[in-house]
Design a protein. Structure first.
Length: 274
């Protein structure tokens, strides 16, 4: 893998560093609990396509600076916002589409493994961002909340879709309607969080996980994510057929051949992503 490096995001509100094949993206507005600003959102939308196409990046880790992951929208500034008078309703809708599809939507669509490391609050759009990742590692101090009813908003960034598929329709309705604060242990029980670790160990353990995923067979991982994405929307027979087609494709990869050799030779495989 290529040497470690930092990537200029265009703003100090978002930091991106590549290490051991992992792109670590840090939401960096700790004074605002890493709530989304226009500047941070735009930078995130620029970074995700770069991570998708950079061959040296094999996994993505998203975290927040300070004691929060992301508090969602910047509520303190919401009262000062005004809908642009020079844009039509449809134009404003398209702007919103671009923001939401380009961040949470793009992360979920990424065919590389994604991990969210949550040092604290994941609320509203921040919760949607975390749920868009494949695996969520939470510190013991972390908690989740939907937050939308508190500010009289209906939800965004695909939160209802993500919650329904993560915790089931009944729990998703409960969390959206009540805005209950869910601590780390209960979040793990519900499936919001995959792992809970000590606060001091969060970044090291989440990075170790992301690094191990980055060392995996990239082509096979991409097809695994295709299979998993389709699992709730197609029949069992369709799933068998599509899995068989993708399995045949992976059988022809260099990584599969390396894995077989490594198994026979009783060593760990070294995957190249081909």
């Amino acid at each position: 893998m290529a040497s470690d490096r930092t990537i200029d995001t265009g703003t100090g509100q978002l930091i991106c560093a590549v290490r051991d094949g992992v792109a670590v993206i840090t939401l960096n507005r700790p004074e605002a609990r890493n709530a989304f600003s226009m500047e941070m959102s735009a930078a995130l939308r620029r970074m995700i396509p770069l991570c998708a196409t950079d061959p040296d990046i094999r996994a993505l880790l998203i975290t927040g600076a300070g004691t929060a992951f992301c508090a969602g929208g910047d509520v303190k500034n919401m009262g000062d916002r005004r809908a642009p008078t020079d844009l039509t309703h449809d134009e404003r809708f398209r702007v919103m589409q671009e923001r939401h599809h380009g961040s949470a939507g793009a992360i979920r669509a990424l065919r590389k493994p994604t991990v969210a490391a949550l040092p604290g609050a994941a609320a509203g759009a921040g919760l949607a961002l975390a749920l868009s990742c494949d695996i969520r590692v939470a510190a013991t101090s972390a908690f989740a909340a939907t937050g939308y009813s508190r500010v009289a908003l209906s939800g965004d960034y695909g939160i209802a879709w993500l919650l329904t598929r993560t915790v089931g329709p009944g729990r998703a309705r409960e969390l959206m309607l009540t805005n209950e604060r869910i601590g780390a242990e209960r979040g793990a029980q519900l499936g919001l969080f995959n792992r809970v670790v000590d606060d001091t160990a969060l970044q090291a353990e989440a990075f170790a996980l992301a690094r191990s995923l980055a060392q995996g067979p990239a082509v096979a991982v991409g097809y695994m994510k295709d299979n998993l994405d389709e699992a709730l929307d197609i029949t069992h027979a369709e799933a068998i057929d599509r899995e068989a087609e993708r399995l045949m494709r992976t059988q022809g990869t260099a990584d599969h051949k390396e894995a077989v050799r490594a198994f026979v030779e009783k060593r760990n495989p070294v995957f190249t992503g081909r």
